[in-house]
Design a protein around this ligand. Structure first.
Ligand code: SF4
Length: 152
């Protein structure tokens, strides 16, 4: 049976920064015939739920992995270490389970792929990957998001 690592919030776990979730019916359907490994990188990185939202201030997840830029929460606290730790733990889970495909939450500073919020906490997007998505791509794990599935 195929394996897939999925952002926990997409399957209804309330681990989102504001204590809610991002349940997605199409992703849930996609997972029905697969072995699913759930991961919330921000919780794996030691952050509580709820928590203040965070955004990448400069660059994207690829830069954070190189030691450049930072992830800062809305209160001004640097949470880069938590994001890196969470990404490493999520990657470890993927590696241990021989996962080649993931479905991660679009636009998130951890899970987003291709587009993330721009660091100003105003809802504007910039090009780039979240920290976990960047680490997965670097290790040749395919990253899909819920936007790759049509809601029915
Ligand atoms: S870190 Fe990823 S899995 Fe966790 S709440 Fe944010 S988007 Fe969802």
């Amino acid at each position: 049976m195929a394996k897939v690592l999925v952002s926990s919030c997409l399957l209804g776990l309330s681990c989102k920064y504001n204590g809610s979730n991002n349940y997605n019916k199409a992703v849930t359907e996609f997972c029905r015939d697969k072995i699913v490994i759930l991961a919330c990188p921000e919780v794996l990185g030691g952050l509580p739920t709820p928590r203040p939202p965070s955004e990448l201030q400069q660059g994207d997840g690829q830069d954070i992995l190189k030691g450049e830029g930072s992830v800062v929460n809305k209160l001004g606290n640097d949470v880069t270490k938590n994001f890196l730790e969470g990404a490493q733990k999520a990657y470890q889970l993927a590696k241990e389970n021989n996962v080649k495909v993931s479905v991660l939450k679009a636009k998130s500073p951890s899970c987003g792929s291709g587009k993330i919020y721009d660091g100003q906490f105003c809802g504007r997007l910039k090009n780039g990957d979240g920290v976990t998505a960047a680490l997965f791509k670097k290790n040749n794990i395919k990253v899909l998001t819920e936007e790759d599935f049509n809601e029915s």
